[in-house]
Design a protein around this ligand. Structure first.
Ligand SMILES: [Zn+2]
Length: 188
C-alpha cells in the first residue's frame, strides 16, 4: 500500500530546508566568483576593474538564478502512478576523469529500472555499479512518484527487508520507523 505518511509535515520541512541550503550555497559560490574576478581585475594585466567585477557579478548572479529556478521547478513537479516495465544492465565505458587528456577508459555497469507512468511516459531510475535499487524493484511492480520530493514509492512492500527514505534516499531497514539519517518518517 502507499503510505499516507507522505502527508507528514516532516517532508515539507525537509524540502524547505534543502531549498534553503541550495540557495545559501549558491550565494557562497556567487560571492566567491565576484571576489575572484575582482581580484583578477586588480592584479592581472589582462583585465581591469570594474569590467572584471562585472563578469564576476554576471556569473554569480547565474548561480543564484539556477538555484531559484531549481527550487521553483520542484514545487511544480507532479505526483504520478506507474508500473515497472523493464530492468536492464548495460556495460558501459567512460573516461576515468573528465580532465584526463589520455582517454583512460573505465568500464562500469549501468543498472536501469524502467517505469511507465499511467499517462504513458517512460522514466528511468539509474545507478552506476550499484544494484541495490535494481534488485529492489521487480518487473510489474506498481510505483508512485512523489513530485515534491522527487522520489519513488513501491506499492507492495510486504516482501521487503529494506526501504529507501523518500526524503534523502538513504537505505533503511523495513522495521524502522524513521530514517536513520534525516529522521523523516519511512513510507511503508
Ligand atoms: Zn532520510
Amino acid at each position: 500500500m502507499y503510505s499516507n505518511r507522505i502527508n507528514d509535515p516532516a517532508f515539507a520541512k525537509y524540502r524547505a530546508n534543502s531549498d534553503k541550503y541550495a540557495l545559501i550555497f549558491s550565494f557562497i559560490i556567487a560571492a566567491a566568483a565576484i571576489l575572484g574576478f575582482y581580484l583578477y581585475g586588480e592584479f592581472s594585466m589582462e583585465m581591469d576593474n570594474p569590467e572584471a567585477m562585472y563578469i564576476g557579478l554576471g556569473i554569480g548572479g547565474m548561480f543564484i538564478m539556477i538555484a531559484l529556478l531549481t527550487n521553483r521547478s520542484k514545487k511544480g513537479a507532479k505526483t504520478w502512478d506507474g508500473k515497472v516495465i523493464d530492468k536492464q544492465v548495460e556495460k558501459k565505458t567512460k573516461r576515468r576523469k573528465a580532465s584526463d587528456p589520455d582517454y583512460h577508459m573505465r568500464e562500469y555497469l549501468l543498472y536501469k529500472v524502467i517505469i511507465n507512468s499511467d499517462y504513458g511516459q517512460t522514466h528511468e531510475i539509474t545507478a552506476e555499479d550499484d544494484d541495490t535499487v535494481y534488485n529492489y524493484y521487480e518487473i510489474g511492480d506498481r510505483v508512485r512518484y512523489h513530485g515534491s520530493i522527487r522520489t519513488y514509492e513501491k506499492y507492495d512492500k510486504s516482501k521487503d527487508s529494506i526501504v529507501f527514505c523518500n526524503a534523502c534516499a538513504s537505505l533503511n531497514k523495513i522495521e524502522d520507523d524513521k530514517c536513520h539519517r534525516c529522521m523523516c518518517p519511512l513510507l511503508k
